[in-house]
Design a protein around this ligand. Structure first.
Ligand code: DX5
Ligand code: ZN
Length: 218
């Protein structure tokens, strides 16, 4: 079953708890939480205390996407705050195998994300150690950007690599996903579709999320 993970980056930050409850009621599978540090990406968002507070409002898995330098320094804080999936960027983690191993030792699913310009071949040797591969289809930092179409063959390539090595690894795709392209992205191989602005700017989550789901099931 394909999953939909609304990114709260485009939610109303003054009402985050209510926003999460609303997308949960509308059928969200995971809650995607974008963490930015102003170094790895040119934007600042939220940290562990906010994740910890939000943990009280839903039982949905928290899919935390760290767009930060030195992720090792913050793994414990995010795990203790209650994340279920913790994803670091391949470009930011120098000793990626150590980082992934640590996340898994702590009982959390470990993801690695690659920017649009980062080749999948970088992950070839550690692929079997991953739980999730997050393919960025925009340059990370902001919601509401356009999906980069040349990432479709990359998703297909990732699917082929994973099928050959370890089919249990989940492929998540993040950036610019909307009602017009969600079906194509899923068919290319995405198991989890992140959508920020397409959900939260749509006004009616109760219409948008079921519409996305219907497109995934066709
Ligand atoms: C981008 C973030 C994405 C973003 C997606 O840096 O990692 O999760 O919020 O937002 P949309 O769906 O609007 O591209
Ligand atoms: Zn993200």
């Amino acid at each position: 079953m394909k999953k939909i993970a609304p990114s709260i980056l485009s939610a109303d930050f003054s009402r985050l708890g209510d926003e999460i409850a609303a997308v949960e009621a509308a059928g969200a599978d995971w809650i995607h939480i974008d963490v930015m540090d102003g170094h790895f990406v040119p934007n600042l968002t939220i940290g562990p205390p906010v994740v910890k507070s939000l943990r009280k409002v839903t039982r949905l898995p928290f899919d935390v996407h760290l767009m930060i330098d030195n992720p090792d320094s913050y793994l414990d804080a995010f795990i203790d705050a209650g994340c279920d999936i913790l994803t670091v960027h391949a470009e930011a983690a120098v000793h990626l195998h150590r980082t992934i191993s640590y996340i898994r030792e702590r009982g959390v699913s470990a993801g690695v994300s690659v920017n649009p310009a980062t080749p999948l071949s970088l992950l070839e040797d550690i692929l079997p150690d991953l739980d999730l591969l997050l393919i960025m289809t925009v340059n990370p930092g902001f919601g509401g950007q356009q999906f980069i179409p040349t990432m479709l063959p990359k998703i297909r390539k990732a699917k082929a690599m994973i099928s050959a090595v370890s089919p249990r690894i989940v492929i998540e795709v993040d950036g610019g996903i909307n009602l017009d392209n969600i079906s194509t992205v899923a068919q290319a191989g995405a198991d989890v579709l992140v959508a920020g602005s397409a959900v939260f700017a749509s006004g009616d989550y109760g219409l948008t999320l079921p519409a996305m789901r219907a497109l995934l099931e066709n």
